[in-house]
Design a binder for this molecule. Structure first.
Ligand SMILES: Cc1ncc(COP(=O)(O)O)c(C=O)c1O
Length: 431
């Protein structure tokens, strides 16, 4: 599909600062042109968009019906029927925290992995659940040892007292793009739970912040069929940040974090972020109407980037390989280049107005090495010198060519500088 074929996209490219190339969509996808158009229309008209959906006057009721429409769209996208199973909130971090905090009774066991976003890992670490386990994935298969996990469950079940199990797992990784083999694992987990009579005490929360709209709806639905909760984020699909949603299957445990209002049936009090919800609705509608074309476009952009980067000497991709590309999100590559230390490449890109990152946005701005890359057995230094390029549907092939060329030239310059320094200061460089 050509760029012009995507409604609104070409217009946005014109609106984008011509000298800037944004390749950090997993931190925040740029606002979709259609979203910004619809938002400004609504703001300029001072319409119902600015109203409080809890008010009983006409404007409030219009805003309320928009909230309902947005819930309906999301619930249908994930293959469920009851819009009341959706709670709008401030984003995936809130959804993940609120569910994890709902499992703090004695006897609660919360399992997650070391590849998760810090919103999960830190919430599990802070939890008062009696068992909190952050399982290390195998650095090659990028998955857990299922046998060991079921043995652990056997042992916990054999101990006295009532147990509730919560598994918190992501579908698509924000830093390396890997997709967990959740369909087969969840099948197995549910069979195990049924066999041992603990199906109604076994719960699964899926972090879908990066996978909504970037995976086939059918895959998402199959995974969520076995789950109880899912966390979504509006700004990862080109809507406003500070808005997201939690899906929770009717009747599952849930303890609201806030008190003080009847919004979302008291499950998430506080005035609804109506502008955020509207932007989420528009973005979701846009992706849904163009789903296959947008996925194809992201895949083609990523493949084009991969082919170009492969030619750079010393290039190593983290986790990703072409043979296994169906097990990765379509828009991301994470890599390092031999002998390009620290943030040198990232800073070079920044000097050329190419925006990328070397870790999750929550940790960038610090010199911390990514815990995800360290889980792949990279050293601190290797993790810090790695680069994540995450593409958006607004990137063009010309931009990708510029990124490749800039990286090639930057690597060459860094290596030449290093060679010169080796001649001038051999004892320092060899250290
Ligand atoms: C995998 C994953 N989970 C959770 C989050 C947090 O999402 P939000 O910014 O909506 O709180 C992010 C954001 O980077 C993410 O990538």
């Amino acid at each position: 599909m050509t760029l012009a074929g995507l409604s609104g996209i070409s217009m946005c490219i014109l609106m984008t600062h011509l000298n800037e190339i944004y390749c950090d969509a997993n931190a925040s996808h740029p606002l979709l042109p259609l979203v910004s158009e619809k938002l400004s229309e609504a703001m300029n008209e001072q319409s119902w968009l600015l109203s409080n959906p809890s008010s009983i006057h006409q404007r409030g009721q219009k805003a309320k019906s928009l909230v309902y429409l947005a819930k309906k769209l999301l619930i249908e996208k994930i293959g469920r029927a009851d819009a009341e199973e959706i709670i709008f909130n401030s984003g995936a971090t809130e959804s993940l925290n609120s569910v994890i905090q709902s499992f703090q009774d004695s006897g609660d066991c919360v399992f997650t992995t070391n590849l998760e976003h810090s919103a999960v890992i830190e919430a599990v670490e802070a939890s008062k659940a009696s068992v909190r386990e952050i399982i290390s994935v195998d650095s090659k298969t990028l998955w857990i040892d299922e046998e060991a996990l079921f043995e652990k469950m056997d042992s916990l079940r054999s101990q006295q007292g009532q147990r509730r199990f919560l598994f918190v797992l992501q579908l698509g990784n924000n830093e390396i793009g890997s997709i967990y083999p959740l369909e087969s694992f969840l099948d197995r987990l549910r069979s195990y739970a049924r066999e041992h009579g603990i199906d109604d005490q076994t719960f699964v929360l899926i972090d879908c912040a990066q996978s909504l709209c970037k995976l086939d709806d059918a895959v998402l639905r199959k995974v969520l069929y076995h789950c109880d909760y899912a966390a979504f984020s509006a700004h990862k699909i080109g809507a406003l940040s500070g808005c997201g949603a939690l899906w929770l299957r009717s009747g599952v445990p849930y303890q609201n974090v806030f008190y003080g209002g009847a919004q979302e049936k008291g499950r998430r009090p506080g005035t609804s972020n109506i502008a955020g919800i509207y932007s989420f609705y528009i973005a979701l509608k846009y992706w849904s109407a163009n789903q296959d074309a947008l996925m194809d476009r992201l895949t083609q952009l990523r493949d084009h980037l991969y082919a170009g980067l492969l030619k750079i000497p010393g290039m190593t991709f983290h986790a990703f390989s072409v043979e296994k590309k169906s097990s990765f999100l379509p828009n991301i590559l994470n890599f390092k280049v031999k002998d390009c230390p620290d943030e040198s490449l990232l800073l070079n890109l920044d000097l050329h107005n190419i925006f990328a990152s070397n870790t999750s946005a929550c940790h960038s701005g610090t010199l911390q090495a990514s815990h995800v890359l360290k889980a792949l057995n990279l050293s601190d230094e290797e993790a810090r010198s790695s680069i994540r390029l995450s593409l958006s549907i607004l990137n063009s092939f010309e931009e990708i060519d510029t990124v490749i060329q800039t990286l090639q030239e930057s690597v060459q310059r860094i290596l030449e500088n290093r060679k010169n320094a080796e001649v001038l200061f051999p004892e320092i460089i060899s250290q």
